[in-house]
Every structure is written in structure tokens, then in C-alpha cells.
Design a protein around this ligand. Structure first.
Ligand SMILES: NC(=O)C1=CN([C@@H]2O[C@H](COP(=O)(O)OP(=O)(O)OC[C@H]3O[C@@H](n4cnc5c(N)ncnc54)[C@H](OP(=O)(O)O)[C@@H]3O)[C@@H](O)[C@H]2O)C=CC1
Ligand SMILES: C[C@H](O)[C@@H]1OC(=O)[C@H](O)[C@@H]1O
Length: 254
């Protein structure tokens, strides 16, 4: 069964990793997809090629999510290409690992701007279009289990993921009357570009693997199903919810 037949799905940060898997997962479920990204032109082009090979349409809209204008441009380009916005996946994010006591201010500010301001303006831009269309919609934000637990080298990052989780709760209330659902996924440790250097440390990687009851770190594709589900009418009565996708890592105390 195709869960997003005829839908237009917008995904931020879809050149690589979780966003790319979500974009391809949406296309596998019958959606046309607009993908945003910041730098990786070739990866974005190959994501479009994969979606087109599935028989769906795709466009790329390059832009920095930290700039509020990018959200307006992204929606406008998607509407120009596909006529509407049904689903928005707010996924773009960065996590430059760094110790707390000497954390440079510019790293903190950039992380806040990309992860938090970026999500805020992307969700707002999509919601404005959905309200104008008048037939509801679904917004899924990629938060993290880091919204619930800390990280020694992520003091500037974890609070942005808590913020994204909170944004979905508040927008679920603000947008419910328009038939727009807002939910978040909370991935555990997923092997992507964002943590390639951090997990190159074999000891750390093995420690993280051992913390996962399902016995392995996640792959980007592990997020595709949960995101498609929340985006789709299968989740028609789900809003303001947060779905952990972490192989059980969060609950594993001992
Ligand atoms: N991997 C993990 O363990 C976890 C990841 N997450 C979250 O998942 C999301 C995706 O990360 P992940 O797939 O792991 O990492 P990747 O580094 O593989 O993907 C990040 C994506 O975001 C894009 N991006 C980065 N900065 C910007 C920007 N300023 N404007 C627009 N796009 C941008 C990148 O584009 P480009 O390459 O073109 O710069 C890329 O497409 C993030 O929000 C992250 O916090 C949450 C929990 C766990
Ligand atoms: C990038 C990290 O490996 C990853 O990011 C998160 O949000 C997870 O909690 C992991 O720490």
C-alpha cells in the first residue's frame, strides 16, 4: 500500500543521511518531493535521480535554512513545480562536537541558527501555505533522543533538539484547527555524515553499539518508515507526538 500517493512532500537537509532516506521513502510511497540542502550538489542531484527512477517527480532547492527567506523560497518553488504542499519534513541540522568550557561562541550561534531557527521558519513557511490551501497537512520534525538526554560534547546541540520537540508540541496546538498535524521523530545514534568523525573512534562506536538493545546503530533508512507513517493518513489522529527511533537506546539503563 502506498501511503503518500499524490502528495507533495518537502524535506530539508535531504542531500544525505536521514533527510535523503525520508525523501526517497516518501517517493516510494507515491509522493513528489522537493528537497532542500546547503552544500552537497552532487548528492542532492543523485537523490533527485533516485526519486525519478521510482517514477516520481523531484526538484532541488539549495539554500541555508538559517536564513528565513530560504523557507519562503523553498515553499514557493515547490508550489510552482507541484502546485501544493501536503507534507513538510524539517530535518536539516548540524552537530559540531566540541567541549563545553571552551566552546566558541560562533559554533553555538551557528548551531542554534541552523537547528532551531531553521526548523522554526521552515515549519512556519510550510504551515502558511497549508493554511492557504485549506486542506490540512502534516509536519514531521527530526528531533533526537538528545532532546531527552545530554551529551558532553553536545551542550550547544541537545537544547536545539529539545527545542524542535517543543516546537512540534506548540505548533500541534496552533495548527490543529487547520487540520495540520505536527509530530517529531527522535532518532538515536544513526550512522551518517554528522557523526562520521565522532564514531571513527572505535572504542566510542563499540560503546554506543553496546547501549542499543537491538544490537546495532541505526541506518538512515530506519527513519524512513516512521517519518512516512507520521506524514500519512495512517496517523490521522496523531499530533503533538514524539516517536523515538533508537533501537531502544534511551530506555537502556542497565
Ligand atoms: N545521525 C544521528 O545520529 C542523528 C541525527 N539527528 C538529526 O537528523 C538530522 C539529519 O542529520 P543526519 O542525516 O544525521 O546528518 P547528515 O549530515 O547526513 O545530513 C544533514 C543534512 O542537512 C543539510 N544541512 C546542513 N546544514 C544545512 C543548512 N544550513 N541549510 C540547509 N541544509 C543543511 C545537509 O546538506 P549539505 O550536505 O548539502 O550541507 C544534509 O543534507 C539533523 O537534524 C540531526 O540533528 C537526530 C538524531 C540522531
Ligand atoms: C550526531 C550524534 O551522533 C547523534 O545526534 C543525536 O542527536 C544523537 O543523539 C546522537 O548523539
Amino acid at each position: 500500500m502506498k501511503l503518500l500517493e499524490g502528495n507533495t512532500v518537502l524535506v530539508t537537509g535531504a542531500s544525505t543521511g536521514i533527510g535523503r532516506a525520508a525523501a526517497i521513502g516518501a517517493a516510494q510511497h507515491g509522493a513528489d518531493v522537493a528537497i532542500n540542502y546547503a552544500n552537497s550538489d552532487r548528492s542532492a542531484a543523485s537523490c533527485v535521480a533516485e526519486i525519478e527512477a521510482l517514477g516520481q517527480r523531484a526538484i532541488t532547492v539549495k539554500g541555508d535554512v538559517a536564513d528565513p527567506q530560504t523557507a519562503q523560497d523553498f515553499v514557493a518553488r515547490a508550489v510552482e513545480a507541484f502546485g501544493k504542499v501536503d507534507v513538510k519534513v524539517s530535518n536539516a541540522g548540524i552537530c559540531p562536537f566540541h567541549a563545553f568550557l571552551d566552546m566558541p561562541a560562533d559554533v553555538v550561534e551557528r548551531t542554534f541558527k541552523v537547528n532551531l531557527h531553521g526548523a522554526y521558519f521552515m515549519v512556519q513557511g510550510a504551515a502558511q501555505q497549508m493554511v492557504k490551501q485549506g486542506h490540512g497537512g502534516s509536519i514531521v520534525a527530526v528531533s533526537s533522543i538528545s532532546a531527552l538526554v545530554g551529551g558532553e560534547y553536545q551542550t550547544h546541540y541537545t537544547l536545539t533538539k529539545a527545542g524542535v520537540h517543543s516546537l512540534m508540541q506548540s505548533t500541534a496546538i496552533a495548527l490543529g484547527k487547520h487540520g495540520i498535524r505536527c509530530n517529531s521523530v527522535l532518532p538515536g545514534t544513526i550512522l551518517t555524515e554528522i557523526n562520521k568523525d565522532d564514531l571513527a573512534d572505535v572504542e566510542k562506536r563499540e560503546y554506543m553499539e553496546k547501549r542499543v538493545p537491538l544490537g546495532r546503530l541505526g541506518a538512515s533508512e530506519d527513519l524512513a518508515g516512521p517519518i512516512v507513517f507520521l506524514a500519512s493518513d495512517m496517523a490521522a489522529y496523531v499530533t503533538g507526538a514524539a516517536l523515538r527511533v533508537d533501537g531502544g537506546m534511551y530506555v537502556n539503563l542497565q
